[in-house]
Design a protein around this ligand. Sequence first.
Ligand SMILES: C[S@@+](CC[C@H](N)C(=O)[O-])C[C@H]1O[C@@H](n2cnc3c(N)ncnc32)[C@H](O)[C@@H]1O
Length: 203
Amino acid sequence: MCSTQFIPYLDIYLQDKIQILSRIIWHYDSSGVQAKNYFGSLYEPILYAVNNPNCYTFNAEAIKVEAKTGAKRKLIDYRQPTPTVYNSKKVPGNVWYFPRVRYRMAKYEDHPTQKPEALLERIILASSNVGDTILDPFAGTFTTSAVAQKLSRKSIGIEIEEDYIKIGLRRLGIMTHYQGELLQPPQKSYKKPEHKTGQLKLF
Ligand SMILES: C[S@@+](CC[C@H](N)C(=O)[O-])C[C@H]1O[C@@H](n2cnc3c(N)ncnc32)[C@H](O)[C@@H]1O
């Protein structure tokens, strides 16, 4: 995944090198301050591309979502040779909604662009099988590797910032300490410090 501004150039660059099968929009909500003089961004683009369009992994069954239309209302599809109830599951389209990771969420890590696990889950389930190896050359908080681990895939994550590598080492359960430092999840400022029970403060 790349930054929104860079994607059109990458798209053109890749067009005669690999086959782009889908241009996906990851759409999210934003409770943060929004732009006042232009239309603020509420999405990130994803290019879904393959080396060989005649031979690639796409696990449609693993990522199907509820089809909210006819099936829910038990409508009959009369366009079929034999009228049948509409499918209740379908492969998602190319606009995906997943909420962003927020400070108060349990999975939050101290990184400005941490991706939600649900987003990576869909990508990894669709494009790989158990035991495959997944490469994320811009690993950040190592969400890709964390999801790969959960889904029994192997992964290689590359990250330039030492602080984020420390997050990855902890998140993936590889190390509890790094050069003598205890690796801990972010300490949230809204959480009250724990008080020892049974202590009475007298004024
Ligand atoms: C958009 S973030 C990735 C976020 C990640 N998907 C997550 O869920 O946390 C991109 C990351 O790439 C790292 N990065 C930038 N340039 C790099 C480079 N040349 N080599 C390795 N990592 C790099 C940045 O430090 C940043 O953490």
